[in-house]
Design a protein around this ligand. Structure first.
Ligand code: B12
Ligand code: SF4
Length: 364
């Protein structure tokens, strides 16, 4: 990062600092804070998490060495992080518990029933950076939205946007946790906010609520058990011992946040891109499983789900079908894909058929 900040006057910086939250809100961000780069405690936790193998197959989590813990080594010259939050809760979506309770439906995590957030947030961050540059002249920065080796939650906490809860998501006292994070790493010596204090207190509601027991201790998530990891990040077969507990969750998982008392303060999304599309909030599993690869491509383009591809999508739905209350429609849908070109899908279809037959036997 070329350091241009030395040419900026103190007066300019002070006035910019005052204006920043307003500039962020004008771009659809709900909140902005400025973070210091002190991440020493988080760095230790990250090292322990990686050493225990809790990142599973997410090799990108260990690829950048200490750069994830030290933004000023990732982008030399970085002095502060401007951290932002954007709310995504789609208020028009069908009640999450109703869908989770109906095994014929597929549950899609509420962050993904609308359009992909990455581009939208990057564009908004870029526009914020451009606005800053018109006010103070050129400065050094890089935008990140879930896109680089950055400890986004720890920086957001440092910026006063919330605390990392026992489920490991960032929570804001006045807005719960249904939001995305992004940041500009900058060479601007801005006055930093005070880190947010923690308010989980004696609550542990999220820990037993996790269907697969992924929250192995307060603030510690074993990603290898997390349904979000299993349905989105994992490329191969889903471990058999975790399949039943996945229920009808076919993309991501929200349970730890659904039970969190702080989400009674959650804010609904304001950006139209987060509105539910394609009835993804409560589609029938058999309908979704009937999509061809071409239908998946054309319908899911522009959705975060597009990133996992047709194979993982089909694999996930097969597991949910195996967990559903038995029906002829489900048996027919599974039988129709017994010869699927993908060995992984075939194996999950066989598992699901066996589960269906087992459930039928128990019922009769
Ligand atoms: C890898 C990753 C995942 C992995 C692993 C999650 C995880 N907890 O690490 C998987 C695939 C499972 C995942 C799932 C989800 N993710 Co994700 N994910 C990330 C990513 C890319 C990196 C997170 C990371 O750094 N993990 C490293 C580990 C070590 O961090 P950690 O578990 O949070 O641990 C911290 C603390 O708990 C503490 N700690 C750890 N151990 C201990 C031990 C003790 C004793 C103590 C006191 C503290 C402590 O220190 C750590 C560092 O601060 C970020 C984007 C980014 N670049 O930051 C998005 C991000 C965290 N994900 C996000 C989202 C939305 C989700 C899901 C909600 C999606 C969904 N609905 O399915 C779920 C939530 C699952 C959950 N309960 O965490 C958002 C979170 C927004 C928010 N409000 O917090 C982010 C920030 C993306 C974004 N830009 O918005 N994710
Ligand atoms: S459910 Fe309770 S323990 Fe878990 S994150 Fe929310 S407040 Fe913290």
């Amino acid at each position: 990062m070329e350091n241009a900040a030395s040419l900026i006057t103190l007066e300019q910086l002070t006035s910019l600092r005052r204006e920043l939250p307003k500039l962020a809100r004008a771009r659809g961000f709900a909140e902005l804070g400025v973070a210091s780069l002190s991440l020493a405690a988080d760095a230790g936790q990250l090292d322990r998490w990686l050493a225990a193998g809790r990142h599973g197959e997410m090799s990108y989590m260990s690829r950048h060495g200490v750069k994830r813990q030290r933004p000023d080594e990732l982008i030399p010259g970085t002095l502060t992080a401007i951290s932002v939050r954007m709310d995504y809760w789609p208020k028009e979506a069908r009640d999450a518990w109703e869908v989770l309770d109906d095994s014929a439906l597929g549950y899609v995590s509420r962050y993904a029933t609308g359009r992909d957030y990455h581009k939208l947030m990057r564009r908004a961050l870029q526009s914020l950076a451009d606005d800053i540059a018109t006010r103070i002249g050129p400065f050094g920065y890089r935008c990140f939205v879930d896109s680089g080796p950055v400890l986004e939650k720890a920086l957001a906490r440092n910026a006063g946007l919330g605390w990392i809860g026992k489920h490991t998501n960032l929570i804001a006292r006045d807005a719960g946790s249904w939001f995305f994070l992004g940041e500009l790493l900058t060479d601007l010596p801005l006055v930093v906010d005070a880190p947010a204090s923690a308010h989980c207190g004696s609550c542990t509601a999220c820990m037993p609520a996790c269907p697969t027991g992924a929250i192995v201790a307060p603030y510690q998530l074993d990603a290898r058990r997390c349904i979000s990891y299993l349905t989105i990040e994992l490329a191969g077969a889903i471990p058999v011992e975790l399949r039943r507990a996945m229920g009808n969750r076919i993309y991501g998982c929200d349970d730890c946040q659904l039970v969190c008392p702080w989400n009674k303060f959650a804010r609904a999304a304001t950006h139209p891109d987060f509105k539910t599309r394609l009835a993804l909030d409560s589609s029938r599993l058999v309908d979704l499983f009937g999509w061809t690869a071409a239908e998946f491509d054309s319908r899911m383009r522009g959705s975060a789900i597009y990133r996992i591809g047709y194979l993982r999508w089909s694999r996930n739905i097969a597991v949910a079908l195996g967990n559903a209350a038995p029906s002829d429609a489900i048996l027919a849908a599974l039988n129709a894909r017994r010869d699927d070109p993908s060995a992984i899908v075939r194996e999950h279809v066989e598992w699901a058929l066996a589960e269906q037959l087992q459930a039928l036997k128990v019922r009769t």
